[in-house]
Ligand binder design. Structure first.
Ligand SMILES: *Cc1c(COP(=O)(O)O)cnc(C)c1O
Length: 341
């Protein structure tokens, strides 16, 4: 397979149109069989439910080339399950798990020329999503939906080395109590746009959101879960009903316990105890873990002992082990790696 002539190492995180995408439509109570198509544009009613009332959810995962030359994805079954939960909460029909995985496989195989080579640090980012497509003006769910998976090659996350982030405690909330924080709904991101733009304007990389009810506990950032390490090397992740269950974070907790022999605990984390942690990282598909060096709470600076130049030692071990599993250097737990080719 001839690869596209792309400068893999210098790709950023932006959309590049690729050759094929998978589309399936839901109408009269059933999904059609779906197909790979070439058209990267969508045509729909000006009154489509997604355009008026934001009835849409999405997923994100990567395909990449392993050290021994296979093209694989990481735990796509969990993306399928999470999208099922999102769809149910948004009154959308479930796209069946086996079909979701098959659609991902088809899209990667059809765009093999865009799968970055091993060692480039780049990956093929996959974006499955679903939205209410027919015209709806009175507030109610759509009854016609489109499920689509497209892909786009994206560059290495840590270009020019790891740089710990500086984040601020946000005065905005990303989720409501009993709201939609735990599902991957587009509306959660619409809510976060003003907060991230104003964070960037003030010189911060990200927002730390607190629990919307009491504003005393750590939730997550706009698109990544927190992982903390205590001074005695215990891994702690915040527990809350309004955190999006990151597949990366759940995988890192498994790695901490089963591969590194560390204790790991999911529990409520108070903002007041953050100053006592040794390390802090943000977990998500894009970066696996981005280290946090500094957290600013309204002028009060919390500087993590791991500093502003590198990952802390436990974060680094977690990162190296999980990326080793993903790249095939370290034996993966059963079912984690879906081989496409
Ligand atoms: C997608 C997402 C994450 C990261 O989840 P992964 O499955 O690890 O990519 C974290 N928080 C939010 C709000 C998200 O939307």
């Amino acid at each position: 397979m001839e690869k596209k002539n792309i400068d893999w190492g210098n790709l950023g995180f932006s959309y590049m149109e690729t050759d094929k995408r998978f589309v399936s439509n839901f109408k009269d109570g059933a999904w059609d069989e779906g197909a790979l198509i070439s058209d990267g544009n969508v045509t729909m009613s000006e009154c489509a439910c997604v355009l008026q009332y934001a009835q849409t959810c999405f997923e994100g995962l990567k395909a990449y080339t392993t050290e021994d030359g296979h093209i694989v994805t990481f735990r796509p079954d969990l993306n399928a399950e999470r999208m099922e939960a999102s769809a149910k909460r948004l009154e959308m029909p479930v796209f069946p798990k086996e079909r979701f995985i098959d659609a991902v496989v088809q899209v990667v195989a059809a765009n093999e020329a865009y799968v970055p080579p091993f060692g480039s640090g780049a990956t093929l980012y996959l974006r499955p999503y679903m939205y209410g497509k027919n015209a709806v003006i009175g507030v109610k769910p759509a009854d016609e939906f489109e499920f689509r998976v497209f892909c786009t090659p994206v560059g290495p996350y840590f270009k020019g080395g790891v740089k710990p982030l500086t984040i601020r405690v946000s005065d905005f909330d990303r989720a409501a109590p009993n709201g939609t924080g735990h599902i991957k709904a587009g509306l959660n991101y619409a809510m976060s746009l003003h907060a991230i733009v104003s964070a960037h304007e003030e010189g911060y990389d990200e927002n730390m959101y607190l629990d919307p009810k009491t504003r005393t506990k750590v939730e997550e950032t706009g698109g990544a879960n927190f992982l903390f390490v205590t001074k005695d090397n215990k891994v702690v992740t915040p527990k809350s009903g309004s955190i999006l269950p990151s597949i990366t974070r759940r995988s890192l907790v498994h790695v901490a316990k089963e591969y590194l022999g560390l204790e790991a605990e999911e529990r409520e984390v108070y903002l007041g105890e953050v100053k006592d942690f040794a390390e802090c990282g943000l977990c998500g598909t894009a970066a696996v873990i981005s280290p946090v060096g500094k957290i600013v709470d309204h002028g009060r600076e919390i500087c993590l002992p791991s500093g502003m130049t590198q990952m802390g030692p436990v974060t680094k071990k977690l990162y190296d082990t999980l990326t080793g599993i993903q790249m095939g250097r370290i034996k993966a737990p059963e079912g984690w790696i879906k081989v496409i080719k």
